[in-house]
Design a protein around this ligand. Structure first.
Ligand code: SAH
Length: 352
């Protein structure tokens, strides 16, 4: 890798204290450093005027603050903004900023490519090259936050729903969450951070054991093993009975409400019978279903359920005792589906 330097954004507060101890510095310096990076949001070590010059030199020798640069963006009519970033090794990742009435949500990428192979998803078109480090994920947030600073706004919510399977990059994702959640950093509340997983059961169990306050969302998309395995190969490794048992333990032990994401695919998972089956699977749990309009991806042939049918599916769920929400469309005039903008760039790079 050319000029690769570890980003200081990789370090949580405790790790920063340990790093600084190695330079003979007192622990309070870690909070100073965090304040410069995450509160004053400076772009270089030289601006950190209350740190000793010798420490600034050491930091410059060993770390960079920047971990990415913007190489493209698309802005939709509703102001949804999709950023394409390039990391130090030339890999590219996307992040999407959405403007909701309850605040601004940033959807971030956790891996370069994805190996989960969900058949409807554009991200899987490009296999996983590597995990993102915690700091690279932090850099996505910090970049967008610095841009929002100009209009006095902030990233209110983070959803780890971009390309990648966060629970296939568990340690870095948990570390990322603790960095952006830190009171001394961006202080984004744990309940404003959502991790979305396709259902890697051992990591759900780890997450439950950690008693984290971050929200957990599960990409369900089908209420039976036959259909789910067809849409999501991960279901063959962790079938529904195993997955649901793990989720019930998590929800009960942690007193947390779960979100089930369910994209509506025309003629695939949107019939009345499927809605009833879904309701039967979930009823009684502390959970709700977030029905998501499908962003069509040219390469796979799945079509999005129309609005009328989506509303009907919603009604059937509610009638059968399961709470649901119907997510509004965002940015559907740009390449907003996970991985679409990146896939387009990669194809252009390869000249295909
Ligand atoms: N791997 C994680 C997080 C990334 S995907 C997971 O599976 O949850 C985030 C969400 O977007 C998932 O629910 C995924 O199924 C959904 N998704 C993928 N492709 C989509 C598309 N084209 N349109 C709408 N949602 C999509």
């Amino acid at each position: 890798m050319m000029n690769y330097m570890q980003t200081i954004l990789d370090l949580n507060l405790k790790q920063t204290e340990e790093m600084l101890a190695g330079y003979g510095q007192k622990p309070y310096r870690a909070k100073q450093l965090f304040s410069w990076i995450y509160r004053k949001r400076v772009g270089s070590f030289d601006e950190m005027t209350d740190l000793p010059a010798s420490l600034i030199e050491k930091l410059k020798e060993n770390y960079t603050i920047d971990a990415l640069k913007e190489i493209d963006r698309q802005v939709a009519r509703d102001q949804t903004t999709k950023y394409l970033f390039e990391l130090q090794d030339g890999a590219s990742v996307e992040a999407v900023l959405m403007h909701f009435h309850f605040g601004k949500s940033l959807c971030i990428t956790s891996q370069v490519g994805c190996n989960m192979g969900c058949t409807f998803c554009a991200s899987g078109l490009l296999k996983k090259q590597r995990d993102l480090t915690a700091g690279e994920m932090v850099a996505e947030v910090l970049y967008v936050q610095k841009e929002l600073d100009a209009i006095g706004a902030r990233v209110d919510n983070i959803v780890i729903m971009g390309t990648g399977e966060p629970f296939d990059n568990y340690d870095n994702v948990i570390n990322f969450c603790s960095i952006v959640n830190s009171d001394h950093g961006l202080a984004i509340g744990a309940r404003h951070i959502t991790i979305s997983t396709c259902g890697i059961v051992p990591r759900i169990d780890d997450f439950a054991a950690g008693h984290y306050q971050y929200n957990l969302a599960i990409s369900l998309h089908a209420p039976n093993d036959e259909l789910r395995s067809r849409l999501m190969p991960v279901n063959k490794a962790y079938p529904l009975d195993t997955l649901m048992a793990s989720l019930k333990r998590y929800s009960i032990d942690n007193h947390r409400r779960l979100t089930f994401e369910y994209i509506l695919l025309d003629g695939v998972n949107d019939s009345d019978e499927t809605a009833v089956e879904l309701a039967d699977l979930i009823r009684g749990m502390n959970a709700y279903v977030n029905l998501i309009p499908y962003n069509q991806v040219d390469e796979n042939g799945y079509l999005s359920t129309n609005e009328k049918k989506a509303l009907h599916f919603y009604d059937v769920l509610m009638k059968h005792g399961v709470k649901a929400t119907l997510r509004s469309r965002h940015g559907d005039d740009i390449d907003a589906a996970c991985g679409q903008l990146r896939a387009k760039h990669e194809r252009a790079k390869q000249g295909s």
